[in-house]
Design a protein around this ligand. Structure first.
Ligand SMILES: Nc1ncnc2c1ncn2[C@@H]1O[C@H](COP(=O)(O)OP(=O)(O)O)[C@@H](O)[C@H]1O
Ligand SMILES: [Mg+2]
Length: 273
């Protein structure tokens, strides 16, 4: 379990960014963290990843204190993070070397298989020998995701991974995330994109330095107004399901994709005929 107890944080200027955050994330969960710009989402993500030390309170990963020097490597193996800007994470001019860097730092063996498997998961297996600096932003981000996957961390944090990526690239990343979810990968999404929120079991809303709300996926349709108040753009699909439900058509969506929704509607129409 990833656990935050009474976490507060300020940067050097002393202004509190986060106050008294308590949060527990179980293995296998997919959790979204949403909030407007400047609410402290990236700060929170870095604290969870053990990169920033909370000013007060503590963070433990499977019971291990995330900030003690002696635990540095074990925390890095347990928690991986992908940042918003894909350019910031690439260091070497071959995809393989770039991915091997973290594996070397953590003294992880079986590097070739780890790299090949991770590239396959992000659909980039043909790019092992390419220069990552010459790839598109979406492809770079998929390499960053693969670099994290190669370490095989129990907890994966993604800080607005699709914000800078074009529509086509976003779809590819969503599809990777859906597959990872099926494989029971624990994912913590920092996001404002509804498609990512829809993958989550829980949605954590950050506001005024605190956790303002936690919405479970089952409650999503009851709490749409709260999301709208936060200026979260609800996809047409969600509005559509809401309208159907208001009209007395019960839709129990397990997977928030057009394919899943169509299947349910087709089933209902066929049953009526
Ligand atoms: N390195 C830093 N030093 C000082 N202030 C920072 C630093 N990074 C972020 N901040 C400030 O902390 C607040 C929260 O930032 P951030 O965590 O990036 O929010 P979000 O990801 O929700 O947009 C903002 O007011 C931002 O200006
Ligand atoms: Mg941010």
């Amino acid at each position: 379990m990833l656990e935050m107890n009474h976490v507060s944080f300020h940067y050097k200027d002393g202004k509190n960014i986060l106050e008294n955050i308590d949060l527990q994330i179980e293995q296998g969960e997919v959790v979204s963290i949403i909030g407007n710009n400047g609410e402290g989402k990236s700060t929170l993500a870095r604290i969870m990843a053990g990169i920033l030390k909370p000013t007060e309170g503590n963070v433990t990963i499977d019971g291990i204190n995330a900030y003690e020097k002696k635990h540095f490597k074990s925390i890095r193996k347990k928690v991986g993070i992908v940042f918003q800007n894909p350019e910031n994470q690439i260091l070497f001019n071959s995809v393989y070397d770039d991915m091997a860097f973290a594996l070397n730092n953590l003294a992880l063996t079986d590097q070739e298989n780890r790299i090949k498997d991770a590239l396959k998961k992000v659909g980039m297996e043909a790019y092992e020998k390419e220069n990552p600096f010459q790839l598109s932003l979406g492809q770079k981000q998929r390499i960053n995701i693969a670099s994290v996957l190669a370490v095989n961390p129990k907890y994966m944090i993604l800080d607005e991974p699709t914000t800078m990526i074009d529509a086509n690239g976003k779809q590819k990343i969503y599809s990777i995330m859906r597959n990872l979810k099926k494989e029971k990968q624990t994912i913590i999404f920092v996001t404002n994109h509804m498609n990512e929120i829809l993958l989550s079991n829980r949605i954590i809303i950050l506001k005024n330095k605190k956790i303002d709300h936690i919405i479970k996926r089952e409650e999503l349709f009851e709490k749409l107004e709260e999301l709208e108040k936060l200026h979260i753009q609800l996809p047409d699909m969600i509005q559509f399901v809401k309208l159907l439900q208001q009209g007395g058509v019960h839709i129990n969506l397990q997977e928030y994709t057009l394919e899943a929704l169509s299947k349910i509607i087709i089933g209902k129409i066929k049953n009526n005929n």
